[in-house]
Design a protein around this ligand. Structure first.
Ligand code: GLA
Length: 664
């Protein structure tokens, strides 16, 4: 099986003469897969019910003749102007009641029956026409669901929300209980009285917000499901995907991933941000984890600059290659780009392409050719797996809940997760992401950053993991609410109070005071003291923790919290349960992570890597990738795939990549 190489191909932006050039150039560049038709609705169905497939027939035939496989889109990502002109009710409405108009893309309400009917008809027509086309490899449903319009507040959505709520709760009494409507005179007499959380005078009902997050993810998923069902019926046996967007808050990808045959993902790390390789690695690990280790596809990345940041840095020499190998190392069986030829018109004309405006006598094109040639030699990696003994719990309910307003402090859930991930990444420790209810028996270390909303089953599962010998670390702001956004009273933490041997009396977040209101400077971050962490800064959070059963390994060092536990460890069953009541800053976090991996018996792929270098083992291969601007040397024994030589260390140029076969 090959590693697929290619990208979005939008031939409708070009004359037919260009298409022949495209195929020749694709062959030169080693392109093996093209994603076609993503934004073709207006050209495929120029008038309602009238389809024009001739041009797409010719495109697919040419690709096939050129030996290029096709990831064919259902073309439903952006409705044509005639559609919303004739059916304006399809246009989505924001929280503030503003209707979003055509002239951009994705202007549809996910709950709209008109959109769904017309999308299904288009998808059916496409699938019926091309199901037996010899170039067809994969079906690409819609595109980046929810990227721009992840939720709609229109009347149609309101009605769909009511139906969803009724199905979930059954009775208005159960619904009132779950939404805590005894508060602020919010008791509802019937479902007809309920609305989406539209603009309101002040703080909104937290359960209303949470259920609307869930509903909105589900509504988009329904759109996907309807199209996937058509594909599966008419074109059985051909795999189905839709492209995800890394850590994307509006869609609960655990739920989504169960519905695709192969996970695919779009990745646009900022080339100007030195943290982006570690963050990008985290996103790639999420993608591998969503279907429990199954190889996935990098569906989109940029060959160089994007066009949608305030300042769009180009990728530096070798950066595109290094980031592509990062994906391969972390489980990708395909490296694709947006888009093949850089546009000359439209909102993305400054977005890089594989064929830049300046043509093929360019660094970008030479790098495209180089990578194409290299990936063609890497068949052996396709299908192989990454083995991780460490897992980080990631949970969309907690993400949605912790970032609501009217919480003790503003917290970024993903940044909190990233703080832990980054320390493991620097130590080349392989990490899987898991749901709190997943089978954890394959792991020895599980980190639980701010699992704010936790079901009883989740709590029991984490408890059992520690008791059965695992090393469990739980951070502040975990098990604060249940699945209905209701507090878990009695010292928070639910069942984990027993596991961790601690309970929490009061929160003391290290939030800066509201400067506008008080004019007071932000309070300095607090310090913690301990043998393990040293005397170091702590960030974001503090709280009053009682540790009746646990060993206290660090205390807060100053202010009202002086002497209170900041880090605890409880021996439980045959394992250990750690609790950290703050975010240790800088090297202290690293020291804590080292202690955890030592205790759990986890090893990195290599002992030491220079700053900015990552190492990942996938199957029998070890990838060492240098994302920094400095050369580096890494001690590692194996056979260098590029030279066939046995080595005991690898030297890496800036953005350099080494691939070794190593004994595991
Ligand atoms: C997304 C979309 C593409 C394109 C790129 C640009 O990933 O799916 O159509 O707009 O962004 O970065």
């Amino acid at each position: 099986m090959p590693i697929w190489y290619g990208g979005d191909y939008n031939p409708e932006q070009w004359t037919e003469e260009t298409w022949d050039d495209d195929i020749r150039l694709m062959q030169r560049g080693g392109i093996s897969m093209a994603t076609v038709g993503v934004f073709s609705w207006a050209k495929l169905e120029p008038r309602e019910g009238e389809f024009e497939f001739g041009w797409l027939d010719r495109v697919l035939d040419k690709l096939h003749a050129g030996g290029i496989r096709v990831d064919l889109a259902t073309a439903t990502a952006s409705p044509p102007p005639w559609l919303t002109h004739r059916y304006p009710e399809v246009l989505p409405v924001t929280e503030n009641g503003i209707r979003l108009y055509p002239g951009s893309r994705q202007q549809y309400c996910p709950s709209s029956p008109v959109y769904r009917r017309l999308a299904a008809r288009l998808a059916t027509a496409i699938v019926e026409r091309y199901k037996d086309h010899p170039a067809l490899e994969l079906w690409h449903i819609n595109n980046e669901y929810g990227c721009h319009v992840s939720r709609c507040y229109c009347d149609v959505s309101a009605e769909a929300f009511r139906v969803w709520l009724q199905a979930k709760y059954g009775t208005i009494a159960a619904f009132n209980e779950a939404w805590g409507t005894a508060f602020w005179s919010q008791r509802y007499g019937e479902f007809a009285e309920v609305y989406p959380p539209r603009a309101a005078p002040t703080l909104k009902n937290p359960t209303q917000l949470l259920d609307f997050d869930r509903f909105s993810s589900d509504e988009l998923l329904e759109c996907y499901r309807a199209e996937a069902a058509i594909v599966r019926e008419v074109s059985p046996g051909v795999p189905v995907t839709t492209n995800f967007m890394g850590f994307f808050k509006p869609a609960d990808y655990w739920k989504w991933a169960a519905e695709v045959d192969v996970v695919s993902d779009d990745a646009y790390p900022d080339p100007a941000d030195p943290r982006s390789p570690a963050y990008a690695a985290m996103e790639r690990d999420l993608m591998r984890s969503l279907r429990h280790g199954q190889p996935w596809l990098l569906m989109e990345q940029a060959s160089s600059a994007v066009n949608w940041r305030k300042r769009n840095a180009p990728k530096g020499p070798g950066q595109q290659r290094a980031l592509s190998y990062q994906s391969v190392a972390r489980g990708a069986d395909g490296i694709l780009f947006f888009q093949w030829r850089q546009s000359v018109a439209g909102a993305e004309k400054f977005h890089s392409g594989l064929v830049p405006h300046a043509g093929t006598d360019t660094r970008v094109w030479r790098e495209v050719e180089q990578l194409g040639g290299e990936l063609a030699q890497l068949d052996r990696v396709a299908g192989s797996r990454v083995l991780a003994k460490t897992a980080i719990v990631f949970d969309w309910d907690s993400w949605w809940s912790i970032e609501q307003t009217a919480t003790p402090a503003e917290i970024s859930y993903v940044q909190n997760v990233f703080a832990w991930y980054a320390e493991l990444w620097r130590r080349t420790v392989a990490v899987d992401f898991v749901r709190p209810i997943d089978d954890l028996s394959g792991y020895v270390l599980v980190i639980v950053p701010s699992l704010f909303a936790a079901t009883g089953a989740a709590q029991k599962n984490l408890d059992a993991f520690a008791r059965e010998g695992g090393t469990l670390l739980v951070t502040y702001q975990s098990v604060i609410t249940d699945e209905n956004a209701h507090i878990t009273p009695g010292g928070y933490l639910g069942v984990l109070r027993e596991t961790l041997g601690v309970w929490i009396e009061e929160f003391a977040p290290l939030a800066a005071p509201d400067l506008e209101a008080t004019g007071v400077r932000p309070a300095p971050d607090i310090r913690v003291e301990s043998e393990l962490l040293g005397s170091s800064d702590a960030e974001i959070w503090a709280e009053y923790v009682h540790a009746p059963d646990a060993e206290v390994l660090a205390i807060f060092a100053e202010g009202a919290l002086a002497g209170w536990p900041a880090l605890t460890r409880n021996a439980v069953g045959s394992g250990a349960a750690w609790y950290v009541a703050t975010q240790p800053a800088g090297e202290a976090l690293g020291r804590l992570v080292v202690r955890l991996i030592d205790d759990a018996g986890v090893f990195g792929v290599v002992d030491i890597v220079p700053e900015g270098v990552e190492a990942v083992r996938r199957g029998e291969l070890t990838f060492v990738i240098n994302h920094s601007m400095a050369s580096g040397v890494v001690a590692l024994q194996g056979m260098d795939l590029a030279t066939g030589a046995a080595v005991t260390e690898v030297s890496l140029e800036p953005q350099g990549v080494a691939i070794l076969t190593t004994a595991s």
